[in-house]
Design a protein around this ligand. Structure first.
Ligand SMILES: [Zn+2]
Length: 84
């Protein structure tokens, strides 16, 4: 049996969050806010070519859903790339 009156003073049902209509939404929407938390740098001197292989991996995590991702950059050049 439910009370006939929907008016409950002071008590609200679960708040309804307005749903923004986004074109592609397969997953629960998180507007990721990635925070940089680690960085890994490697350099390897290639004797055969006299070049250096520069690798840099940046690690990020989303501070909202804690999703992790890494961004890897690699370049083989004589001089240090500016992103290194
Ligand atoms: Zn997220």
């Amino acid at each position: 049996m439910r009370p006939g009156k929907e008016e409950l003073h002071g008590i609200k049902p679960a708040p309804q969050t307005p749903r923004p209509s986004k074109p592609h939404s397969s997953k629960p929407i998180c507007e990721h806010k990635y925070v940089h938390y680690d960085c890994n740098k490697k350099q390897k001197y290639l004797v055969t070519t006299g070049m250096t292989e520069w690798t840099r991996i940046d690690y990020f995590f989303c501070e909202k859903c804690l999703d992790e991702k890494e961004k890897r950059k690699q370049e083989t050049s004589r001089d240090k790339p500016e992103w290194y």
